[in-house]
Design a binder for this molecule. Structure first.
Ligand code: PEP
Ligand code: MN
Length: 337
């Protein structure tokens, strides 16, 4: 249920609605919005009676929310969520361009790539310090040393850092360094991690699980938001299908579908989505044309020497070319980059 307050509702009237919700043993969530105050109710097992709230002073309307994902749905919040990250943004008219290596490997590598992607127009730096690898024998990331190198790259370039957190144990450490915490595909339904991210005052980039439906993905986002953190961006990174010519199948259907269902920003990862370097630019262009709010792209100064995901990483000149094409498409649909 969503309680929409009248524009002139007083703080005391809002407080009285919240109190009534608490008295019923339910949770009240103030929905951030430019025009009006709205309060989402969660925790009820059966349907609530709108009349019980509609008659309270200061209430304009009490609306049933039909979707199972309540707080992330457009029914509850019409305006797009825009996440401010110290001068850069996820969501809104401008495109967020997150670029950098799959893994942080060395000071030289991360500084070269950070400077290069910034020059081409990236707005965030990505790089994994804790890596979820399919094989335990593959490079697992530099851990805290990698986080320190990301902080150094941020200091030198001003780019805000997006990096993955793999488990609750590492969360405080990763949160100390990251500007945006990436929750990887393999962890999309790690419910204890989702709840912990909900208590943290940092934005989250929530990647779609390789075999998660859009509904499951939105329910995962709901875990974070219902725990108190509204700063969630969704990232489509490809799903597992019967196709073997590509690493995954980038589900660009998800972009327009999500834009209707949710107010959260939608970022697309064509690097993991198709997993083949030469095809990444085409899918990046397609993602922007489909209405994505941004891209996350793997870029390495020497892709052939990368310790992870080199086969899908672009070189710096390839990334510069991609950005030129993306600018043309963004311009055609009226979005600045
Ligand atoms: C990554 O971004 O390098 C990564 C491991 O992504 P995903 O969780 O989408 O596989
Ligand atoms: Mn990767």
């Amino acid at each position: 249920m969503l309680i929409v307050m009248k524009p002139q509702a007083s703080t005391a009237q809002i407080g009285a609605v919240v109190e009534k919700i608490h008295a019923l043993g339910l949770a009240a969530h103030e929905i951030p919005g430019a025009q009006r105050v709205a309060i989402g109710i969660t925790g009820n097992r059966g349907a609530l009676d709108p009349e019980a709230f509609a008659s309270l002073p200061g209430v304009a309307d009490a609306i049933r929310v039909s979707q199972p994902f309540k707080l992330v749905s457009r029914e509850v919040k019409e305006e797009d969520t825009v996440i401010e990250v110290g001068g850069s943004r996820l969501g809104g008219m401008g495109l967020a361009i997150i670029a950098g290596p799959c893994s942080v490997e060395s000071e030289e590598q991360i500084l070269e790539v950070a400077r290069g992607v910034k020059e081409s127009g990236a707005t965030f730096l990505r790089g994994g310090a804790f890596k979820p690898r399919t094989s335990p024998y593959e490079f697992q990331g530099l851990g805290e040393a990698g986080l320190k190198l990301l902080a150094l790259a941020r200091e030198k370039t001003g780019l805000k850092v997006v990096t993955e957190v793999m488990d609750t144990e590492d969360l405080p450490l990763v949160a100390d360094y990251a500007d945006v915490l990436q929750l990887g595909a393999r962890n999309m339904q790690n419910f204890s991690l989702l709840r912990r991210l909900g208590k943290l005052g940092k934005p989250v980039l929530l990647k779609r699980g390789a075999s998660a439906t859009i509904k499951e993905w939105l329910m995962a986002a709901e875990y974070i938001v219902s725990a108190g953190n509204y700063e969630v961006a969704l990232c489509e990174r490809g799903i597992r299908t019967f196709e073997t010519m590509t690493r995954n199948t980038l589900d660009l259907n998800a972009v327009p579908v999500l834009k209707v269902l949710t107010h959260l920003p939608v970022i697309v990862d064509p690097s993991h989505g198709i997993g083949v370097r030469r095809h990444v630019p085409a899918m990046a262009r397609a993602a922007i044309a489909a209405g994505a709010d941004g891209l996350i792209i793997e870029v390495h100064p020497h892709p052939d020497q990368a310790l992870s995901d080199g086969h899908q990483s672009l070189s710096l000149p390839e990334f510069a070319d991609l950005m030129r094409a993306v600018r043309v498409i963004a311009g055609a649909i009226g979005r600045p980059v």
